[in-house]
Design a binder for this molecule. Structure first.
Ligand code: PLP
Length: 363
């Protein structure tokens, strides 16, 4: 977490612990803290304060965005449409609603030609993420919105901007979306706090019923400490975003260039011009990523695989499968994520550790 976010939480975990829904003076102070945080979050997301719904996670914000409008419209198959590389917080909702899943090309970019036939007038929500969490691909959101307005004018557009916010100007890029989800722990805030932008006029059924908080869209006592910390984190992120993005992009480029030149049969999964700065994703042929991750972890380099063990056999992720990455490449997929705190020394360490580990596995 960003230190300013940690500091922002502390008072609400101790002397300012009141419930903002109460009526007494301490409650009113807590409510003011939530309102102040809402103003900051709204400004950073390019919406009005009344359009921010605080949630308990990015997952909950995504669920509300996809399930909420469809349930309000009375449900029914084919009423939600989403891309095949959505995070499971979105994809499982689309599948749960018997929605339609639209394919992507080899770079993980949604296939706009395949999107059009899915956009019939009965569609209620179309959901395409801004940046993918696994391979980093940034989606052509403006084109998606234009197609939806043309072919399914009564549908709302949701974007999962959880992975995008730290690196991209989400307020501008998602300005025409009706629903936008973010999650505090992806930009230096705490885990367990998210927000959904619900533009004025968008109708949705709540997922959580109770005391009517968040204008009846999300009941439950506010996580005041988490919300206050989210506001500090989002403010700092926006202030520093351009400079941080450029620095991290340069580090990422050094890392990927170094891997591709020093490891044989190691290729970038998606061209870096198509993706967010923090994502380094390569496929290393002839190694199983799980085995490589184990060796890297012993050297203090923590990475993620592009495949996981399903019923005893390694299976490529749904993202790599949708992109059509051949299984032999996908099984050697490795993601090294950079962050705000990543240094040159971290990158050099990774570059010193990965080639011998691959050589050992191939040996
Ligand atoms: N969407 C994307 C793209 C994500 O990467 C994640 C988390 O990794 C989520 C949604 C879920 O957010 P949360 O961890 O806050 O539930």
């Amino acid at each position: 977490m960003r230190p300013e976010a940690v500091a922002a939480m502390a008072p609400f975990l101790s002397e300012r612990f009141a419930n903002p829904s109460g009526a007494h003076v301490a409650a009113r102070q807590a409510r003011r803290a939530v309102d102040d945080a809402r103003d900051v979050v709204a400004e950073c997301l390019g919406c009005r304060p009344g359009e921010v719904v605080f949630t308990g996670s990015g997952t909950e914000a995504d669920n509300l965005a996809v399930l909420g409008p469809v349930r309000r419209a009375g449900g029914g198959a084919g009423r939600a449409v989403g891309s095949a590389i959505e995070h499971h917080a979105v994809l499982h909702c689309v599948e749960h609603l018997d929605g339609r899943v639209v394919g992507v090309d080899a770079t993980g970019t949604v296939d706009l030609d395949a999107l059009v036939p899915a956009l019939d007038p009965g569609v209620v929500v179309v959901t395409v993420m801004l940046a993918n969490n696994e391979v980093g691909t940034v989606q052509p959101l403006a084109e998606v919105v234009a197609l939806v307005r043309q072919h399914a004018p009564s549908a709302v557009v949701h974007t999962d901007a959880v992975q995008a916010f730290a690196w991209l100007d989400v307020a501008a890029l998602a300005a025409d979306c009706d629903l936008v989800a973010v999650s505090a722990h992806k930009f230096g805030g705490p885990k367990g706090v998210g927000a959904l932008v619900v533009r004025a006029g968008v109708e949705l059924e709540p997922l959580v019923f109770g005391g009517g908080q968040e204008r009846d869209r999300r009941s439950g006592t506010h996580n005041v400490a988490g919300i206050a910390a989210m506001a500090e984190a989002i403010r700092a992120t926006v202030c520093e975003r351009d400079a941080t993005e450029a620095r991290v992009r340069a580090l990422r480029d050094r890392l990927v260039d170094g891997l591709v030149t020093s490891v044989e049969a190691c290729t970038e999964t998606v061209p870096r011009s198509r993706k967010v700065a923090a994502n380094a994703h390569v496929c290393i042929e002839g190694v199983e990523s799980e085995a490589l991750l184990y060796l890297l972890e012993r050297e203090g380099v923590l990475a993620a695989a592009g495949s996981s063990c399903a019923s005893g056999a390694m299976e490529p992720s749904h993202v790599l499968t949708a992109m059509g990455v051949p299984k032999e490449r996908a099984l050697g997929a490795v993601r090294l994520s950079l962050g705000v705190t990543t240094t040159e020394a971290d990158v050099e360490r990774a570059l010193a550790v990965v080639p011998p580990a691959v050589a050992r596995l191939r040996g």
